[in-house]
Ligand binder design. Structure first.
Ligand code: PLP
Length: 387
């Protein structure tokens, strides 16, 4: 299916709503039935019905069709956050006594899900360096039910060979799931490489304007309907029709925004790499990146998220640099129109800072839609050392 068709037409039956170009926000909680027979059928099989908006809603269904097609998946579910799109399928598919093999340092709330939430229900997790498939393979136990991936990582950018991990898992009947927030479906399609479930935070690129929190899960019809019929309905992290409409609007310009961010990031990372105050720049599409060959092989492009370190490894220097930025905003999240910065040191008390811990030195930047020159001027004045 062509990208232009997916983003501009798929799922949009305009004759049903006055031939309006933009789809309606069907702001309703429930749907009516003319006969008991129809009502009974919907209650029996809510997955194929329009009954109640905690389950399906027509505005959300337009979005679901587009998101499934973008991933090359049979079906999709949308959630009221990215972390719900990660938590709900795991709660649905695992039970007490099961084991997860996860990449180390996934998204912060994913770590909390594994370490603090699932552990309460007797589900254990082993974290491994996923840049070598053997590490994942060696961590598999007889009770391993899930291999959880995040490629690339969104702070330190380690990749996993998605196709190779999928092969290992299939041979052992283990479900594979990956967080694809970094690439979005435009730059990486894990389902096509054999991964079973793909989650992403739609708060980031899909929404694209820093005004919606949402999540997406894609996979086979069998897995998606199984997840819908139980934990999706039980946990009730459904997205509002208005937020779904904002995501449909975000999708219209996704290729333009992503390409712009990708191009500007090439300029910014190259500029930083040659700056005398800068030590290292870590970005998967950069020359010298550790897993550059794998990045080129399984990603069609690269997001605007990268990290760098300063030669001066004092906490004061990192703080001064961040505090001096005038236009690049200090905030969590990414994927919107605005460029952002978040240094690792913001995440823990100053007393815990260890300059020998490489992760502590990382400054993560997200490149939004501003002009490269505008961002470089801001970086330059903040790097110039005068506190
Ligand atoms: C933001 C983010 C999430 C969580 O998404 P929310 O929409 O904030 O719930 C998960 N994974 C990654 C990589 C993220 O960046």
């Amino acid at each position: 299916m062509e990208l232009s068709y997916i983003l501009n037409e798929l799922g949009e039956e305009r004759e049903n709503y006055f031939n309006a170009v933009s789809p309606p926000i069907i702001q309703t909680s429930n749907f009516t039935f003319k006969t008991i027979a129809d009502f009974r059928q919907a209650l029996e099989n809510e997955f194929d019905a329009m009954l109640y908006s905690r389950g399906h809603n027509p505005t959300l269904n337009i979005l679901r069709q587009k998101l499934a097609a973008l991933d090359g998946a049979e079906d999709a579910l949308v959630f009221s956050s990215g972390i719900a799109a990660i938590s709900v399928p795991i709660l649905a598919l695992l039970k007490q006594g099961d084991h997860i093999v996860s990449v180390e340092n996934p998204y912060s709330w994913t770590i909390k899900l594994f370490n603090e939430f699932l552990s309460k229900f007797g589900i254990s997790t082993t974290f491994v360096d996923g840049s070598a498939v053997e590490n994942i393979e060696n961590a598999i136990q007889p009770n391993t039910r899930l291999i959880y991936l995040e490629s690339p990582n969104t702070f330190s950018y380690e990749l996993q060979d998605l196709q190779a991990v999928a092969q290992v898992a299939k041979a052992k009947n283990i479900i594979t799931m990956t967080d694809n927030s970094y690439c979005s479906p435009l730059y990486q399609q894990p389902i096509k490489l054999g991964i079973d479930l793909v989650a992403q935070s739609a708060t980031k690129y899909i929404g694209g304007h820093s005004d919606v929190v949402a999540g997406v899960l894609t996979g086979s019809k069998a897995l998606i309907s199984r997840i819908f019929n139980h934990e999706f309905m039980n946990i009730g992290a459904s997205l509002s029709p208005h937020s779904a409409w904002l995501l449909i609007r975000g999708l219209r310009t996704l290729p333009l925004r992503l390409q712009r961010s990708f191009e500007t990031t090439k300029v910014i990372t190259a500029w930083l790499a040659q700056h005398p105050e800068v030590d290292r720049v870590i970005w998967p599409f950069m020359r010298g990146f550790k897993q550059a060959a794998l990045a080129q092989q399984q990603m069609q492009g690269c997001g605007g998220l990268f990290s760098f370190t300063l030669k001066d490894t004092s906490v004061q220097k990192i703080e001064n640099f961040c505090n001096k930025l005038q236009h690049i905003l200090m905030a969590v999240s990414w994927g919107g129109h605005e460029s952002l910065i978040i240094p690792s040191i913001a995440g823990f008390p100053e007393a815990d800072f260890d300059k020998n811990n490489a992760r502590h030195l990382l400054i993560r930047m997200y490149v939004g839609l501003e002009d490269a020159d505008y961002l470089i001027k801001d970086l330059e004045q903040a790097l110039s050392g005068k506190a």
